[in-house]
Write a new protein. Structure first.
Length: 188
């Protein structure tokens, strides 16, 4: 495709809500029609489903606005992946290490672990469902113990805990999260 059309495609993409940047834009002509492929950079902590929705909105905008564009393949990235990134441990390895460390220290296991692979490291968010407002204070007091249990010198860089909201209808704290950054994790 010509430079003017490529600039039009870039402008359409960057004008879509949720798109931070783009890279690896490729187009191919097939007769009088064209195909496009592009990687979009979005906020690193978006859910997969929100990333998919952003991709669909971009795809539909391109198909509506770019003449002769037959289809567009959209990839969603949390960061620019042109340089590649190190292979980091799989979920099973990280969860096993967290579980082992917390059980050894007789600390509570999280209800859910959410992983974000970013910048050559892994951020693990440990989510606890808490039965009362007092339980949040109790978890906050255990925060240092949890961090200490997970800090094996090779596994984590500590961050902190986020206080979430109290649901008055159910009497439950919606979330109590402890953020643990797993940097340069070494597999054994």
């Amino acid at each position: 495709m010509d430079d003017a059309t490529l600039q039009e495609i870039r402008a359409i993409i960057l004008g879509c809500e949720g798109v931070r940047d783009l890279h690896l834009l490729k187009t191919r002509k097939m007769g009088h029609q064209a195909l496009a492929e592009v990687h979009l950079q979005v906020a690193p902590t978006l859910s997969v489903s929100e990333g998919h929705q952003i991709a669909e909105r971009v795809r539909m905008a391109l198909l509506r606005q770019v003449a002769d564009l037959m289809d567009a393949t959209i990839h969603i990235d949390s960061e620019n992946d042109e340089q590649g990134s190190p292979v980091l441990p799989a979920r099973s390895q990280i969860e096993a290490a967290i579980r082992q460390a917390l059980l050894a220290a007789q600390l509570p296991l999280p209800e859910q672990v959410t992983l974000h692979y970013l910048g050559g490291s892994v951020e693990a968010r440990l989510q606890y469902l808490l039965p009362s407002a007092g339980a949040l204070d109790s978890l906050h007091q255990q925060e240092r113990s949890i961090h200490r249990a997970l800090d094996g010198g090779k596994m984590v860089r500590l961050s902190g805990m986020d206080r979430m909201f109290y649901d008055q209808d159910t009497g439950w704290i919606a979330d109590g999260m402890i953020f643990v950054y797993i940097m340069g994790y070494e597999t054994e």
